[in-house]
Write a protein that binds this ligand. Sequence first.
Ligand code: AMP
Length: 422
Amino acid sequence: MIQAVRGMKDLLPTEAARWQAIEQVARQVFRCYGFQEIRLPLLERTELFARSIGESTDIVEKEMYTFNDRHGDSLTLRPEATASVVRAFIENHLDQGAGVKKYYTIGPMFRYERPQKGRYRQFHQINCEAFGVDAPELDAELILMLMDMLEKFGLGQVRLIINSLGCPGCRPGFKQDLTEFLARQVEHLCPDCQRRVVANPLRVFDCKSKTCQEIVSAAPTLQEQLCPDCRRHLDRVLELLSGFGLNFEINPRLVRGLDYYTRTAFEVVTTQLGTQDAIAGGGRYNGLVKALGGPDLPAIGFAIGQERLASLLTDSRLGSEPHPFLFIAALGEAARQRGFQLAQELRRLGLAVELEFSDRSLKAQMSIADRRKATYVLILGDRELATGEAPLRHMAGGGQETMALAGLAPALARRFAAEEGA
Ligand code: AMP
Protein backbone atom coordinates (compact mmCIF):
# COMPACT_ATOMS: atom_id res chain seq x y z
CA MET A 1 0.00 0.00 0.00
CA ILE A 2 1.28 3.46 -0.86
CA GLN A 3 0.91 5.86 2.04
CA ALA A 4 0.78 9.65 2.17
CA VAL A 5 4.10 11.45 2.57
CA ARG A 6 5.15 11.82 6.22
CA GLY A 7 3.84 15.02 7.76
CA MET A 8 1.18 15.49 5.05
CA LYS A 9 -2.44 14.98 6.02
CA ASP A 10 -5.60 14.10 4.14
CA LEU A 11 -8.53 16.37 4.88
CA LEU A 12 -11.62 14.19 5.01
CA PRO A 13 -15.17 15.53 4.46
CA THR A 14 -16.08 16.43 8.04
CA GLU A 15 -12.84 18.33 8.48
CA ALA A 16 -13.02 19.86 5.00
CA ALA A 17 -16.50 21.18 5.86
CA ARG A 18 -15.06 22.87 8.93
CA TRP A 19 -12.29 24.38 6.81
CA GLN A 20 -14.84 25.72 4.35
CA ALA A 21 -16.73 27.34 7.21
CA ILE A 22 -13.52 28.89 8.53
CA GLU A 23 -12.66 30.25 5.11
CA GLN A 24 -16.16 31.62 4.66
CA VAL A 25 -15.96 33.59 7.89
CA ALA A 26 -12.45 34.77 6.99
CA ARG A 27 -13.58 35.97 3.56
CA GLN A 28 -16.48 37.91 5.07
CA VAL A 29 -14.14 39.62 7.53
CA PHE A 30 -11.58 40.37 4.79
CA ARG A 31 -14.26 41.96 2.65
CA CYS A 32 -15.19 44.35 5.46
CA TYR A 33 -11.57 45.44 5.76
CA GLY A 34 -10.95 45.79 2.02
CA PHE A 35 -8.72 42.74 1.45
CA GLN A 36 -8.87 41.09 -1.96
CA GLU A 37 -7.99 37.51 -2.78
CA ILE A 38 -4.97 36.51 -4.83
CA ARG A 39 -3.93 32.95 -5.69
CA LEU A 40 -0.28 32.27 -6.28
CA PRO A 41 1.89 29.39 -7.50
CA LEU A 42 3.11 26.92 -4.90
CA LEU A 43 6.51 26.80 -6.60
CA GLU A 44 8.87 29.73 -6.74
CA ARG A 45 12.51 30.20 -7.59
CA THR A 46 14.62 29.20 -4.59
CA GLU A 47 16.43 32.53 -4.49
CA LEU A 48 13.15 34.32 -3.69
CA PHE A 49 13.02 32.64 -0.28
CA ALA A 50 16.76 32.71 0.31
CA ARG A 51 16.80 36.46 -0.26
CA SER A 52 13.64 37.36 1.64
CA ILE A 53 13.39 34.94 4.55
CA GLY A 54 17.13 35.04 5.15
CA GLU A 55 19.96 32.57 4.52
CA SER A 56 20.57 31.93 8.18
CA THR A 57 17.03 31.10 9.23
CA ASP A 58 15.86 27.58 10.11
CA ILE A 59 13.46 27.67 7.19
CA VAL A 60 16.10 28.35 4.55
CA GLU A 61 18.87 26.37 6.21
CA LYS A 62 17.00 23.14 6.76
CA GLU A 63 13.30 23.17 6.08
CA MET A 64 12.75 23.92 2.40
CA TYR A 65 11.63 21.43 -0.21
CA THR A 66 14.05 22.42 -2.93
CA PHE A 67 14.82 20.61 -6.17
CA ASN A 68 16.14 21.24 -9.64
CA ASP A 69 13.57 21.00 -12.41
CA ARG A 70 14.37 19.32 -15.73
CA HIS A 71 15.89 22.51 -16.99
CA GLY A 72 18.23 22.68 -14.01
CA ASP A 73 16.48 25.65 -12.32
CA SER A 74 16.39 25.49 -8.54
CA LEU A 75 12.77 25.67 -7.40
CA THR A 76 11.24 25.54 -3.93
CA LEU A 77 7.79 24.65 -2.63
CA ARG A 78 6.81 27.80 -0.78
CA PRO A 79 7.51 27.59 2.96
CA GLU A 80 5.47 30.74 3.61
CA ALA A 81 3.44 33.16 1.54
CA THR A 82 4.75 36.66 2.15
CA ALA A 83 7.72 36.35 -0.19
CA SER A 84 5.44 35.09 -2.97
CA VAL A 85 2.90 37.84 -2.39
CA VAL A 86 5.64 40.46 -2.55
CA ARG A 87 7.05 38.86 -5.70
CA ALA A 88 3.61 38.93 -7.33
CA PHE A 89 3.00 42.48 -6.09
CA ILE A 90 6.17 43.71 -7.78
CA GLU A 91 5.89 41.59 -10.92
CA ASN A 92 2.28 42.61 -11.61
CA HIS A 93 2.87 46.30 -10.79
CA LEU A 94 0.22 46.20 -8.11
CA ASP A 95 1.82 49.21 -6.47
CA GLN A 96 0.39 51.47 -9.20
CA GLY A 97 -2.23 53.93 -8.03
CA ALA A 98 -2.81 55.53 -4.68
CA GLY A 99 -4.05 53.90 -1.51
CA VAL A 100 -3.20 50.95 0.64
CA LYS A 101 -3.21 47.68 -1.30
CA LYS A 102 -4.58 44.74 0.66
CA TYR A 103 -4.45 41.09 -0.33
CA TYR A 104 -5.19 37.75 1.19
CA THR A 105 -4.33 34.27 0.05
CA ILE A 106 -5.23 30.86 1.44
CA GLY A 107 -3.33 27.67 0.73
CA PRO A 108 -0.66 25.11 1.54
CA MET A 109 2.90 25.78 2.71
CA PHE A 110 5.71 23.24 2.91
CA ARG A 111 8.41 22.92 5.55
CA TYR A 112 10.59 19.92 6.25
CA GLU A 113 10.10 20.03 10.02
CA ARG A 114 9.84 17.15 12.45
CA PRO A 115 6.15 16.26 12.29
CA GLN A 116 4.15 16.18 15.52
CA LYS A 117 0.68 17.17 16.65
CA GLY A 118 0.03 20.63 15.22
CA ARG A 119 3.18 20.57 13.10
CA TYR A 120 3.10 19.21 9.58
CA ARG A 121 5.28 19.26 6.51
CA GLN A 122 2.39 20.42 4.38
CA PHE A 123 0.24 22.82 6.35
CA HIS A 124 -2.11 25.62 5.40
CA GLN A 125 -2.18 29.29 6.10
CA ILE A 126 -4.56 32.16 5.71
CA ASN A 127 -2.30 35.10 4.84
CA CYS A 128 -3.02 38.81 4.76
CA GLU A 129 -0.63 41.43 3.46
CA ALA A 130 -1.12 45.21 3.21
CA PHE A 131 1.19 47.50 1.27
CA GLY A 132 1.64 51.23 1.14
CA VAL A 133 1.87 53.03 4.47
CA ASP A 134 3.94 52.89 7.62
CA ALA A 135 1.16 54.48 9.69
CA PRO A 136 0.63 52.72 13.04
CA GLU A 137 -3.09 52.82 12.26
CA LEU A 138 -2.52 50.15 9.60
CA ASP A 139 -0.75 47.91 12.12
CA ALA A 140 -3.62 48.40 14.56
CA GLU A 141 -6.24 47.79 11.86
CA LEU A 142 -4.61 44.56 10.76
CA ILE A 143 -4.29 43.26 14.32
CA LEU A 144 -7.89 44.26 15.08
CA MET A 145 -9.05 42.40 11.99
CA LEU A 146 -7.17 39.27 13.07
CA MET A 147 -8.54 39.41 16.59
CA ASP A 148 -12.09 40.16 15.34
CA MET A 149 -11.88 37.12 13.17
CA LEU A 150 -10.64 34.86 15.96
CA GLU A 151 -13.46 36.15 18.10
CA LYS A 152 -15.97 35.33 15.37
CA PHE A 153 -14.70 31.75 15.63
CA GLY A 154 -15.48 31.87 19.32
CA LEU A 155 -11.86 31.51 20.37
CA GLY A 156 -11.73 32.86 23.88
CA GLN A 157 -8.45 31.71 25.32
CA VAL A 158 -6.00 33.46 23.03
CA ARG A 159 -3.21 35.83 23.93
CA LEU A 160 -1.87 38.54 21.69
CA ILE A 161 1.85 39.17 22.14
CA ILE A 162 3.53 42.21 20.63
CA ASN A 163 7.03 43.54 20.21
CA SER A 164 8.89 45.97 18.02
CA LEU A 165 11.88 44.75 16.04
CA GLY A 166 13.13 48.24 15.33
CA CYS A 167 14.35 49.55 12.00
CA PRO A 168 17.64 49.73 10.08
CA GLY A 169 18.37 52.78 12.23
CA CYS A 170 18.23 51.17 15.66
CA ARG A 171 18.52 47.44 15.06
CA PRO A 172 22.22 47.28 14.06
CA GLY A 173 23.34 48.91 17.32
CA PHE A 174 21.24 46.49 19.29
CA LYS A 175 22.49 43.55 17.23
CA GLN A 176 26.01 44.59 18.07
CA ASP A 177 25.26 44.69 21.82
CA LEU A 178 23.51 41.35 21.64
CA THR A 179 26.38 39.76 19.74
CA GLU A 180 28.84 40.99 22.36
CA PHE A 181 26.62 39.73 25.17
CA LEU A 182 26.25 36.29 23.57
CA ALA A 183 29.93 36.06 22.60
CA ARG A 184 30.86 36.31 26.28
CA GLN A 185 29.10 32.99 26.99
CA VAL A 186 29.25 31.37 23.60
CA GLU A 187 30.54 28.05 24.94
CA HIS A 188 27.26 27.55 26.85
CA LEU A 189 25.06 28.03 23.79
CA CYS A 190 23.80 25.11 21.72
CA PRO A 191 25.77 24.41 18.50
CA ASP A 192 23.07 26.07 16.36
CA CYS A 193 23.15 29.23 18.46
CA GLN A 194 26.94 29.31 18.45
CA ARG A 195 26.67 29.79 14.71
CA ARG A 196 23.81 32.27 15.11
CA VAL A 197 25.88 34.59 17.31
CA VAL A 198 27.76 35.60 14.21
CA ALA A 199 25.24 34.96 11.46
CA ASN A 200 22.01 36.16 13.06
CA PRO A 201 22.09 36.76 16.82
CA LEU A 202 18.38 37.69 17.08
CA ARG A 203 17.53 34.12 16.25
CA VAL A 204 18.92 32.98 19.60
CA PHE A 205 15.75 34.41 21.19
CA ASP A 206 13.81 31.77 19.27
CA CYS A 207 15.91 28.79 20.35
CA LYS A 208 14.03 26.08 22.19
CA SER A 209 17.07 24.87 24.20
CA LYS A 210 16.68 25.51 27.93
CA THR A 211 20.22 26.82 28.43
CA CYS A 212 19.93 29.20 25.48
CA GLN A 213 16.59 30.41 26.86
CA GLU A 214 18.18 31.08 30.23
CA ILE A 215 21.02 32.99 28.65
CA VAL A 216 18.80 35.21 26.52
CA SER A 217 16.50 35.93 29.44
CA ALA A 218 19.29 38.15 30.74
CA ALA A 219 20.25 39.55 27.34
CA PRO A 220 19.67 43.17 26.38
CA THR A 221 16.41 43.70 24.50
CA LEU A 222 15.61 45.86 21.55
CA GLN A 223 12.80 47.56 23.50
CA GLU A 224 15.43 49.37 25.54
CA GLN A 225 17.18 50.65 22.43
CA LEU A 226 14.40 51.56 20.02
CA CYS A 227 14.97 54.86 18.22
CA PRO A 228 12.44 57.63 18.97
CA ASP A 229 10.54 56.97 15.71
CA CYS A 230 10.20 53.24 16.38
CA ARG A 231 9.25 53.94 20.01
CA ARG A 232 6.53 56.38 18.93
CA HIS A 233 5.29 53.94 16.31
CA LEU A 234 4.99 51.12 18.83
CA ASP A 235 3.38 53.32 21.47
CA ARG A 236 0.77 54.53 18.99
CA VAL A 237 -0.06 50.97 17.88
CA LEU A 238 -0.52 49.93 21.51
CA GLU A 239 -2.55 53.04 22.28
CA LEU A 240 -4.89 52.31 19.39
CA LEU A 241 -5.31 48.66 20.37
CA SER A 242 -6.06 49.65 23.97
CA GLY A 243 -8.53 52.23 22.68
CA PHE A 244 -10.45 49.44 20.99
CA GLY A 245 -10.43 47.42 24.19
CA LEU A 246 -7.94 44.80 23.01
CA ASN A 247 -5.82 42.98 25.58
CA PHE A 248 -2.21 42.32 24.70
CA GLU A 249 1.12 41.50 26.28
CA ILE A 250 4.41 43.04 25.36
CA ASN A 251 7.23 40.55 25.08
CA PRO A 252 10.54 42.28 24.34
CA ARG A 253 11.99 38.88 23.42
CA LEU A 254 9.49 38.05 20.73
CA VAL A 255 11.28 37.70 17.41
CA ARG A 256 9.80 36.13 14.33
CA GLY A 257 11.23 33.19 12.39
CA LEU A 258 11.92 35.29 9.33
CA ASP A 259 14.51 38.00 8.86
CA TYR A 260 12.53 40.60 7.02
CA TYR A 261 10.47 42.02 9.87
CA THR A 262 10.81 45.62 11.03
CA ARG A 263 8.96 47.40 13.82
CA THR A 264 5.70 45.72 14.87
CA ALA A 265 5.90 41.95 15.32
CA PHE A 266 3.10 39.95 16.89
CA GLU A 267 1.93 36.48 17.62
CA VAL A 268 -1.34 34.98 18.80
CA VAL A 269 -0.98 31.97 21.07
CA THR A 270 -3.39 29.74 22.91
CA THR A 271 -3.10 27.62 26.01
CA GLN A 272 -5.14 24.87 24.40
CA LEU A 273 -2.68 23.41 21.90
CA GLY A 274 0.26 22.18 23.97
CA THR A 275 3.72 22.97 22.66
CA GLN A 276 2.61 24.08 19.18
CA ASP A 277 0.75 27.00 20.68
CA ALA A 278 1.05 29.69 18.00
CA ILE A 279 -2.10 30.19 15.95
CA ALA A 280 -0.98 33.24 14.01
CA GLY A 281 2.02 35.46 13.59
CA GLY A 282 2.92 38.52 11.65
CA GLY A 283 4.48 41.92 11.52
CA ARG A 284 5.84 44.76 9.47
CA TYR A 285 8.37 44.23 6.74
CA ASN A 286 9.09 47.72 5.50
CA GLY A 287 12.26 46.90 3.60
CA LEU A 288 11.25 43.73 1.81
CA VAL A 289 9.51 45.12 -1.28
CA LYS A 290 12.55 47.21 -2.11
CA ALA A 291 14.97 44.39 -1.27
CA LEU A 292 13.19 42.20 -3.83
CA GLY A 293 13.54 44.80 -6.55
CA GLY A 294 10.31 46.75 -6.11
CA PRO A 295 9.54 50.29 -5.00
CA ASP A 296 10.37 51.43 -1.48
CA LEU A 297 6.97 50.60 0.02
CA PRO A 298 6.29 49.70 3.62
CA ALA A 299 4.13 46.65 4.27
CA ILE A 300 2.67 44.51 7.02
CA GLY A 301 1.03 41.09 7.16
CA PHE A 302 0.18 38.00 9.13
CA ALA A 303 -0.43 34.29 8.70
CA ILE A 304 -2.91 32.10 10.54
CA GLY A 305 -2.18 28.37 10.77
CA GLN A 306 -5.33 26.70 9.48
CA GLU A 307 -4.72 23.25 11.00
CA ARG A 308 -4.25 24.78 14.42
CA LEU A 309 -7.27 27.03 14.06
CA ALA A 310 -9.42 24.12 12.89
CA SER A 311 -8.25 21.92 15.74
CA LEU A 312 -9.45 24.54 18.21
CA LEU A 313 -12.89 24.58 16.67
CA THR A 314 -13.71 20.86 16.83
CA ASP A 315 -16.30 21.29 19.54
CA SER A 316 -18.13 24.17 17.96
CA ARG A 317 -20.98 23.86 15.50
CA LEU A 318 -18.91 25.53 12.82
CA GLY A 319 -19.21 23.58 9.59
CA SER A 320 -21.09 20.33 9.57
CA GLU A 321 -20.70 17.65 6.95
CA PRO A 322 -23.04 18.38 4.03
CA HIS A 323 -26.05 16.12 3.86
CA PRO A 324 -28.58 15.55 1.06
CA PHE A 325 -32.03 17.07 1.19
CA LEU A 326 -33.42 14.06 -0.65
CA PHE A 327 -32.35 10.47 -1.05
CA ILE A 328 -34.19 8.54 -3.75
CA ALA A 329 -34.57 4.88 -2.86
CA ALA A 330 -35.28 3.37 -6.27
CA LEU A 331 -36.28 -0.27 -6.65
CA GLY A 332 -35.93 -1.82 -10.10
CA GLU A 333 -34.56 -0.61 -13.39
CA ALA A 334 -37.52 1.58 -14.44
CA ALA A 335 -37.66 3.34 -11.06
CA ARG A 336 -33.93 3.89 -11.15
CA GLN A 337 -34.19 5.64 -14.52
CA ARG A 338 -37.09 7.79 -13.31
CA GLY A 339 -35.22 8.53 -10.09
CA PHE A 340 -32.13 9.55 -12.05
CA GLN A 341 -34.23 12.00 -14.09
CA LEU A 342 -35.85 13.45 -11.00
CA ALA A 343 -32.47 13.82 -9.26
CA GLN A 344 -31.09 15.76 -12.22
CA GLU A 345 -34.14 18.01 -12.30
CA LEU A 346 -33.80 18.78 -8.58
CA ARG A 347 -30.04 19.27 -8.68
CA ARG A 348 -30.51 21.83 -11.42
CA LEU A 349 -32.87 23.63 -9.05
CA GLY A 350 -30.09 23.71 -6.46
CA LEU A 351 -31.07 20.81 -4.20
CA ALA A 352 -28.65 18.16 -2.91
CA VAL A 353 -29.99 14.79 -4.06
CA GLU A 354 -28.48 11.32 -3.90
CA LEU A 355 -29.45 7.92 -5.20
CA GLU A 356 -27.85 4.50 -5.42
CA PHE A 357 -27.22 2.90 -8.78
CA SER A 358 -27.46 -0.57 -7.37
CA ASP A 359 -29.90 -3.39 -6.76
CA ARG A 360 -29.97 -3.04 -2.98
CA SER A 361 -33.12 -3.81 -0.99
CA LEU A 362 -35.30 -1.01 0.34
CA LYS A 363 -33.98 -1.69 3.84
CA ALA A 364 -30.37 -1.38 2.69
CA GLN A 365 -31.13 1.86 0.83
CA MET A 366 -32.95 3.30 3.84
CA SER A 367 -29.96 2.62 5.99
CA ILE A 368 -27.67 4.39 3.49
CA ALA A 369 -30.02 7.39 3.51
CA ASP A 370 -29.93 7.34 7.28
CA ARG A 371 -26.15 7.26 7.37
CA ARG A 372 -25.96 10.12 4.89
CA LYS A 373 -28.37 12.09 7.13
CA ALA A 374 -30.81 12.77 4.29
CA THR A 375 -33.71 15.00 5.27
CA TYR A 376 -36.23 13.12 3.10
CA VAL A 377 -36.34 9.79 1.31
CA LEU A 378 -38.53 9.24 -1.75
CA ILE A 379 -39.42 5.60 -2.29
CA LEU A 380 -39.81 4.72 -5.93
CA GLY A 381 -40.74 1.29 -7.35
CA ASP A 382 -42.82 -0.16 -10.18
CA ARG A 383 -46.04 0.35 -8.20
CA GLU A 384 -45.29 4.05 -7.65
CA LEU A 385 -44.54 4.51 -11.34
CA ALA A 386 -47.86 2.85 -12.21
CA THR A 387 -50.00 4.89 -9.77
CA GLY A 388 -48.11 8.18 -10.27
CA GLU A 389 -47.74 8.63 -6.51
CA ALA A 390 -44.84 7.86 -4.18
CA PRO A 391 -44.22 7.94 -0.42
CA LEU A 392 -41.93 10.66 0.90
CA ARG A 393 -40.50 9.89 4.32
CA HIS A 394 -39.24 12.56 6.69
CA MET A 395 -36.21 10.90 8.23
CA ALA A 396 -35.87 12.89 11.44
CA GLY A 397 -39.60 13.16 12.21
CA GLY A 398 -40.46 9.65 11.03
CA GLY A 399 -43.66 10.84 9.26
CA GLN A 400 -44.57 9.85 5.73
CA GLU A 401 -46.78 11.47 3.07
CA THR A 402 -47.82 10.64 -0.44
CA MET A 403 -46.57 12.85 -3.24
CA ALA A 404 -47.78 13.07 -6.85
CA LEU A 405 -44.93 12.29 -9.23
CA ALA A 406 -46.20 14.90 -11.67
CA GLY A 407 -44.82 18.26 -10.65
CA LEU A 408 -42.73 16.67 -7.87
CA ALA A 409 -39.53 18.59 -8.60
CA PRO A 410 -41.02 22.09 -8.20
CA ALA A 411 -42.99 20.92 -5.14
CA LEU A 412 -39.83 19.65 -3.45
CA ALA A 413 -37.91 22.76 -4.46
CA ARG A 414 -40.57 24.92 -2.78
CA ARG A 415 -40.36 22.83 0.34
CA PHE A 416 -36.58 23.05 0.35
CA ALA A 417 -36.76 26.84 0.05
CA ALA A 418 -39.18 26.97 2.97
CA GLU A 419 -37.28 24.58 5.23
CA GLU A 420 -33.58 24.86 4.47
CA GLY A 421 -33.06 27.34 1.69
CA ALA A 422 -32.82 31.11 1.79
P1 AMP B 1 5.12 31.38 10.63
O1 AMP B 1 5.11 31.66 9.17
O2 AMP B 1 6.17 30.37 11.03
O3 AMP B 1 5.07 32.57 11.48
O4 AMP B 1 3.77 30.60 10.90
C1 AMP B 1 2.52 31.25 10.99
C2 AMP B 1 1.52 30.27 11.55
O5 AMP B 1 1.46 29.11 10.73
C3 AMP B 1 1.92 29.72 12.92
O6 AMP B 1 1.44 30.56 13.94
C4 AMP B 1 1.25 28.38 12.94
O7 AMP B 1 -0.11 28.51 13.33
C5 AMP B 1 1.29 27.95 11.49
N1 AMP B 1 2.40 26.99 11.24
C6 AMP B 1 3.69 27.27 11.02
N2 AMP B 1 4.40 26.16 10.78
C7 AMP B 1 3.54 25.12 10.84
C8 AMP B 1 3.65 23.72 10.67
N3 AMP B 1 4.80 23.13 10.36
N4 AMP B 1 2.51 22.96 10.80
C9 AMP B 1 1.33 23.56 11.10
N5 AMP B 1 1.17 24.87 11.25
C10 AMP B 1 2.24 25.65 11.14
